[in-house]
Design a protein around this ligand. Structure first.
Ligand code: 13P
Length: 252
């Protein structure tokens, strides 16, 4: 009932030439029926050419971050209207690399998520615990805190317009994928938390898993009842690998 989403987070990878090379190999390999939904998140510099190459097809394009204000004295930042002008349709917010390396806070995210929604961009909000927090049995508390804080100013009925990505920090780029049970447990907890605000929106919200997703483990992760797709880093950089992950999700 929820259409799965497979999103490629390219992080700080791919020049325009490399992005074009990827799409020339990847786009022809997509299933014809448009299911699952596919989103590519290139670096800012490749957004416009990727939008151009994906035009008229099923693939959507999202940015990897955005400032909450529409314009202003914020050197180095990019706003929702700037992304929309390029034909971008979504934006990743709160990725753990932004939280950890660039000081992204829950307070800023509480403004960014509604700003993205108001502009008509689909936010992909990332949440997840680090290794120390999991070891200390704090996973549920961390997820609850992030979900509550980051979505505090999104009205209950709008929650279904947000995509959530559960990305345990210890699984990102480490090859240590969460087990299907761990992914399911976290996704169920997130859905339950959203249900406390709006039960029908919570039923419709897509919850992705991210962290060392590969062609070999994608289908088992996707088979979990509360996992509605994946946010893929490393394995989304190779057209063959990402196409295999999309096919794995489509067969579930
Ligand atoms: P990897 O797939 O490389 O572990 O990265 C996951 C991620 O951070 C996606 O946003």
């Amino acid at each position: 009932m929820r259409t799965p989403i497979l999103a490629a987070n390219w992080k700080m990878h791919k020049t325009v030439a490399e992005a074009e090379e990827f799409l020339n190999a990847f786009l022809p390999s997509l299933p014809a029926d448009g299911e699952p939904e596919v989103v590519i998140c290139p670096p800012y510099t490749a957004l416009a050419p990727v939008v151009e190459l994906c035009k008229g097809g099923p693939v959507r394009v999202a940015a990897q971050n955005m400032h909450e204000e529409r314009s202003g004295a914020y050197t180095g930042e990019v706003s929702a209207p700037m992304l929309l002008e390029l034909g971008v349709q979504g934006v990743v917010l709160g990725h753990s690399e932004r939280r950890k390396l660039f000081g992204e806070t829950d307070e800023a995210l509480a403004r960014k998520v509604p700003a993205a929604l108001a502009a008509g961009l689909e936010p992909i909000l990332c949440v997840g615990e680090d290794e120390g927090q999991r070891d200390a049995d704090e996973t549920a508390a961390i997820l609850t805190r992030q979900i509550d804080a980051d979505l505090a100013d999104v009205p209950g009925e709008d929650l279904e317009r947000v995509v959530i990505a559960y990305e345990p920090v210890w699984a990102i780029g480490t090859g240590r994928t969460a087990s299907p049970e761990q992914a399911q447990e976290a996704a169920a907890l997130i859905r339950e938390r959203l249900a406390a605000r709006d039960s029908s929106a919570a039923e419709r919200v897509r919850i992705l898993y991210g962290g060392s997703v590969k062609p070999e483990n994608a289908s088992e992760l996707m088979r979990q009842p509360d996992a509605d797709g994946a946010l893929v880093g490393g394995a989304s950089l190779e057209a063959q690998d990402f196409a295999a992950i999309v096919r794995a999700a489509g067969s579930e």
